[in-house]
Ligand binder design. Structure first.
Ligand SMILES: *[C@@H]1O[C@H](CO)[C@@H](O)[C@H](O)[C@H]1NC(C)=O
Ligand SMILES: *[C@@H]1O[C@H](CO)[C@@H](O)[C@H](O)[C@H]1NC(C)=O
Ligand SMILES: *[C@@H]1O[C@H](CO)[C@@H](O)[C@H](O)[C@H]1NC(C)=O
Ligand SMILES: *[C@@H]1O[C@H](CO)[C@@H](O)[C@H](O)[C@H]1NC(C)=O
Ligand SMILES: *[C@@H]1O[C@H](CO)[C@@H](O)[C@H](O)[C@H]1NC(C)=O
Ligand SMILES: *[C@@H]1O[C@H](CO)[C@@H](O)[C@H](O)[C@H]1NC(C)=O
Length: 874
């Protein structure tokens, strides 16, 4: 009985105990971990370690409070209790400890899905004692007041610290040297400034040190680097090293582990000396560009580092011949040697550089022959020797532009270097024909500014960019242009004749067509379709026909220049559909009819010229819809496009836009974006200037001269306060000059001559200066008076300067006749009075008259008789 009672007791005890334990566990999970149960109700493993350490979570929450998380990138930090599950947070996966410690904090743009945080750096982060890897590179800390975080110095477990792009002010904190476990330190693009602290030399475990592209950093002594025995990556670009000792290569020579070294734009002192023994045997990437080293190339310190794969020496002004050692850099993939002042020569045999992918020598060689140079490049195939196994050339990018090279481009260049994609030989003295390019990889061929002759051959299918402008090419374009992949066809300033072949429009991806300055003619075929076109430049040819109708569907087109051709017909209303149009230059053609009203739909338009056509009718009213000119519209996105496409052709679209303003023809490149103007001069426009023109507040140049415009000049013209050039001459404007004209403080060119303007000229220092520079601005307006004219009011003149000489002559003439008249009157009265008062004189006078009368009568009678006789005998 006792034993069964004991059994029962024990049974109940165990049952109760088990029950209690089970429920208490369940209750804990359900009621105290609300978020966790939502995801894993009961099945959660009891030994997983419940979330993070409270202290660390509080520290993170404190950090979050200091951050302006506008896009809610840290949303999970609010609803999730376990901070180890928060976005950007990683905890140690230590199974022995119940809770994990935060070891990684990744708040970079990439790890936050493109979001950028703003705010201040909370010192509470220092409580994350186990943090090894904070990457706060997306944290934009509003500069000025936020000095770099002092507490970082106490986070001694850090192995990785990425503060790139942070907007700290102040110096690089020397206390970073406290972080003795640091292996990776990136401060690049941050706004820290001042001296590079030599204490960084304490970070002896550093493998990666990036101090590049920070503004206003300097270092006078870089010997601290010698302590960094494990350093593999060193970027100090833009740090001012002008004060370091000329022996700086020796300092670097003590770090044999170095693989990447970037000292671009450091104002490094010149060190024309070789090193006896080079330890940098692992170096693969060396960038010394934009340092004015200026010594012979041969005395560079690195010419026995055959391991180098990438060598960047642009803008170093190194000169003289390249050393033959270059020929044994068999690992070399990139050699950048551009813009070095044309004082170098390249006679090295580079045929063994099979790894070489890019060779950029633009603007660096003093002379050379293109055939010899190409011969010394690595070849894939040669005429006598087909490519051997493993000896394929990799050369794909070859830039030999602006190098004073002479000779004829080898006709088989694309065959012997079959890997070639980009070939730039522009700005040399090359002669002969364009090489034939067939079945090659070549996609960008840039031969601008040479003396190439002959005709344009059929292009290879792969060609995308073809720039052969400014040469002596002649003849017609090939009927079959050959490449359906063309993006840019730039043939300007040659002697090309004939029509545009229809095959051009097979290139559906065409972005740039520049055929200006040739002798091309004919109308555009109706079948033309180029829907991606951005630039259409055809000026100075003899093209005819209507405005090319393919433009109707090219709604991406930005820049259209058809000036100086023989286009005719009326301007269609669909012009208003080209909503991306920025620049429309149709001057010097034979267009007639009215300006289409729809043109005011072009809200991106910033320059528009119809000058020298035969346009009649009125100027459209709704000008305020041209929002690019009113300044109500920003086109940042389009401008990005613009630069992107300038890049497509590698900046080769030099100064291609020509615009007349301030009486001068000016050429523009990508600065055309700043030209805001309307030119309707030399047409037959009638009516007045619409009042709405005053809303064009960004307009710099307005030319309405040589039309039949009438009415008064818009009273509020002074509201167009950006105006620099205003030409209203040779019209029929009447009324007074609006006084607001004097408000145009930027005006540097004004012409109101030959109108019917009347009244007093408004005063204003700007107008007086303009008049002083050009005293003809009011000519031909007889009703104008007041200073600066010397006419005070109508009729009373003070002869003083040139414009008064004419009226002075007029008054002289008047005086002459006045004198003549008064003299005659006085003389007559004298004679009359004398005759009246003296009798004998009266008798004598009448006798004299009698005698004269008799003599005249006899003379007339005889003469008459003799004339009558002669008439009858005839
Ligand atoms: C640097 O680290 C030591 C411990 O190694 C610590 O005592 C000191 O406060 C730290 N310095 C700073 C500025 O945080
Ligand atoms: C850190 O570097 C400074 C200067 O280079 C030196 O004086 C200091 O003793 C170093 N500290 C440690 C802990 O190595
Ligand atoms: C670099 O520092 C030197 C000396 O302080 C100064 O003269 C020079 O202007 C600086 N160079 C640049 C590019 O800031
Ligand atoms: C590197 O080269 C220098 C001579 O330029 C030499 O003194 C030094 O011992 C070499 N080795 C190391 C590890 O610095
Ligand atoms: C200008 O156009 C009108 C018709 O609008 C026409 O009569 C005139 O001949 C044209 N003038 C010129 C020079 O083409
Ligand atoms: C206005 O246009 C006419 C004719 O096209 C030109 O001769 C003149 O120079 C232009 N005026 C200005 C200020 O550019």
């Amino acid at each position: 009985m006792v034993s069964s009672a004991a059994c029962l007791f024990f049974f109940f005890f165990f049952f109760f105990f088990f029950f209690f334990f089970f429920f208490s566990r369940l209750i804990t999970i359900y009621f105290f971990s609300p978020i966790a149960h939502a995801r894993h109700p009961v099945t959660r493993a009891p030994d997983a370690g419940d979330g993070c350490v409270c202290k660390e979570r509080d520290a993170l929450l404190d950090f979050m409070r200091g951050v302006n998380d506008a896009d809610n990138a840290l949303a999970s930090w609010q609803w999730e209790k376990d901070c180890c599950r928060w976005i950007g947070v990683t905890c140690s996966s230590n199974r022995i400890r119940m809770a994990g410690n935060v070891i990684r904090l990744e708040l970079s743009e990439a790890s936050l899905g493109g979001q950028v945080l703003q705010g201040r750096m909370s010192p509470s982060l220092a409580s994350l004692e186990h943090l090894e890897y904070p990457d706060l590179s997306a944290l934009v800390l509003p500069g000025i007041n936020s000095s770099s975080p002092k507490f970082l110095g106490s986070m001694t477990n850090l192995r990785y610290l990425d503060l790139s792009g942070c907007l700290f002010s102040g110096n690089v904190p020397p206390l970073l040297s406290n972080l003795s476990k640091l292996e990776y330190l990136d401060l690049s693009f941050s706004t820290l400034s001042g001296r590079v602290p030599p204490e960084l030399g304490n970070l002896t475990r550093l493998k990666h040190l990036d101090l590049g592209n920070m503004q206003h950093m300097y270092s006078a002594d870089i010997s601290w680097i010698t302590h960094l025995r494990s350093l593999e990556y060193l970027d100090m670009s833009l740090v001012n090293l002008s004060m370091v000792a000329p022996g700086w290569p020796q300092v670097l020579n003590t770090i044999p582990s170095l693989e990447v070294l970037n000292l671009a734009k450091c104002t490094l002192p010149s060190t024309p000396q070789a090193l006896a023994q080079l330890n940098l045997t692992k170096l693969v990437q060396l960038d010394l560009s934009s340092n004015r080293l200026g010594h012979p190339i041969q005395s560079c310190w690195f010419w026995n580092l055959m391991s180098i794969e990438s060598l960047e020496l642009s803008e170093t002004f190194l000169h003289g011949p390249f050393p033959t050692a270059l020929g044994s850099f068999t690992a070399l993939q990139w050699l950048g040697f551009s813009d070095n002042g044309n004082a170098a020569t390249m006679l090295v045999d580079m045929r063994d550089l099979y790894a070489l992918e890019s060779l950029c020598l633009g603007g660096s060689l003093s002379h050379g022959n293109i055939e010899d140079l190409v011969d010394r490049l690595p070849h894939g195939i040669t005429r006598d020797k087909p490519a051997q196994e493993g000896n394929f050339t990799s050369l794909s990018y070859l830039d030999l532009s602006d190098n004073h090279l002479a000779g004829i481009i080898p006709s088989d260049i694309a065959y012997t270097i079959p890997s070639l994609c980009h070939l730039d030989l522009s700005g040399n003295n090359l002669t002969g024909p364009i090489p034939i390019i067939e079945n090659s990889s070549l996609s960008e061929l840039i031969l601008r500014s040479n003396q190439l002759t002959g005709q344009i051959p059929k292009l290879d299918r792969k060609i995308e960019v073809m720039d052969i402008s400014i040469n002596l090419l002649s003849g017609p374009l090939p009927i079959d242009i050959g490449s359906p992949n063309l993006l840019a066809l730039i043939l300007s300033s040659n002697y090309l004749i004939g029509r545009i072949p229809e095959s051009v429009c097979e290139s559906q991806s065409m972005i740039i067509v520049d055929l200006s300055n040739n002798f091309l003619e004919g109308a555009f075929p109706k079948s033309f379709q180029m829907q991606r076109l951005i630039f259409l430049l055809l000026s100075h040819n003899s093209f005819s026909g209507k405005l090319p109708s393919f433009l109707r569907n090219s709604n991406l087109v930005n820049y259209v220049d058809l000036s100086w051709n023989k286009f005719s017909g009326t301007l269609p209303q669909w012009i208003g559909h080209m909503v991306n149009l920025h620049f429309l230059h149709l001057s010097h053609n034979m267009f007639y009819g009215h300006i289409p009203i729809k043109i005011t739909n072009l809200k991106n338009l910033h320059y528009f010229s119809l000058a020298a056509n035969n346009i009649s009718g009125a100027i459209p009213q709704c000008l305020s819809k041209l929002t690019m000119m009113t300044g109500k519209h920003s086109t940042i996105i389009e401008i990005d496009w613009f630069h992107a496409y300038f890049d497509v052709v590698d900046g080769s679209l030099g100064r291609i836009f020509s615009v007349v303003t301030k009486h001068q023809e000016q050429q523009y490149g990508d600065s055309i974006l700043d030209v805001v103007g309307i030119d309707l001069s030399l047409n037959s426009l009638t009516g007045g200037i619409p009042d709405e023109i005053t809303s064009l507040k960004r307009l710099l140049s307005l030319n309405l001269s040589w039309n039949q415009l009438s009415g008064e000049i818009v009273e509020k013209i002074g509201a167009m306060n950006s105006l620099e050039s205003l030409d209203l001459s040779r019209n029929k404007f009447s009324g007074e000059i609006p006084p607001s004209l004097a408000n145009l403080t930027y005006l540097s060119y004004l012409d109101l001559s030959y109108n019917n303007l009347t009244g007093r000229i408004p005063q204003g220092s700007q107008l007086d200066t303009l008049y002083a520079e050009n005293p003809h601005i009011y000519d031909g307006n007889n009703g104008l008076y007041g200073p600066p004219l010397q006419r005070n009011c109508l009729g009373s003149e003070l002869p003083k300067n040139s414009s008064q000489i004419m009226s002075k002559n007029v008054s002289d003439e008047l005086m002459f006749y006045f004198g003549l008249g008064s003299g005659f009157t006085v003389g007559l009265w004298v004679v009359f009075c004398v005759v009246l008062f003296k009798k004998s004189w009266r008798i004598a006078l009448f006798r004299l008259f009698d005698r004269i009368h008799d003599k005249v009568y006899v003379f007339v009678a005889i003469t008459w008789a003799s004339i009558g006789r002669e008439a009858t005998t005839d």
